[in-house]
Design a protein around this ligand. Structure first.
Ligand SMILES: [Cu+2]
Length: 227
């Protein structure tokens, strides 16, 4: 199971990498000559693409949570940050950058009947936010193949996630075009404190309850104006 310690170590490693990048930037760019991007000014000096957005509850799924996600992309490397609060605690929350859809989050109109409840599962929202481009894992592989690597995702109701990741060319293009969508999965539809079968089995992996894979929070990554 994911520990806070491990996530902290990853964040520390990311910060260390950025510190090195900042040193390099100072050598090639006169101080204050580039656009400012807050704490990660070095990424700005190198022409980083920035994008971010608020993560809002997916309608009909009985989610009382909120979050925010942002990415800074240089080449095929991205610093990805996700903060969320109010999710079901103590269970894994798979999360991804989705791509090649409409770049939107589903409205209640996307809901369909699942085990007698009108809710939105991953398939229902596919036209909105598309396929998995990057799995926002806490360690190891971050390709779409790790989409349901439930032992490598945050497992708390409130978490801060930050990791440097490799992005596919397609994912980078989606981020720059404003069509990348961050989705955090895992809901507690019947508010009984665990993932259970109230909505049946997951359409993605029948060994998992639908509650474990249904989308909880969703937000389009809006590119920042780089002037
Ligand atoms: Cu997803």
């Amino acid at each position: 199971m994911l520990t806070i310690k491990r996530a902290g170590a990853i964040a520390a490693a990311a910060t260390a990498s950025l510190a090195l990048a900042a040193g390099a930037a100072t050598a090639v760019a006169p101080s204050g000559s580039g656009p400012s991007f807050g704490a990660f000014g070095a990424f700005g000096a190198f022409g980083a693409a920035q994008a971010g957005g608020t993560l809002l509850p997916v309608p009909t799924n009985h989610v009382r949570a909120i979050g925010h996600a942002s990415v800074s992309v240089v080449g095929d490397t991205a610093l990805v940050t996700v903060d969320a609060t109010g999710l079901l605690d103590g269970v894994p929350h798979a999360m991804h950058i989705h791509i090649d859809g409409a770049g939107t989050c589903p409205t209640a109109a996307a809901a369909r009947d699942h085990n007698g409840h009108k809710t939105i599962n991953v398939a229902d929202a596919m036209a909105n936010y598309g396929m998995i481009g990057t799995s926002l894992t806490t360690s190891g592989d971050s390709s779409p193949a790790s989409g349901l690597a439930v032992d490598r995702f945050p497992a708390h109701g409130t978490f801060h996630y930050q990791r440097l990741l490799h992005l596919s060319a397609d994912t980078v293009a989606n981020v720059k075009a404003g069509k990348a969508v961050v989705v955090v999965h895992g809901i507690d539809y019947n508010h009984n404190g665990t993932y259970d079968g109230v909505l049946g089995a997951s359409e993605l992996d029948p060994s998992l309850p639908a509650e474990a894979t249904d989308p909880a929070l969703c937000g389009t990554l809006h590119p920042a104006g780089l002037g």
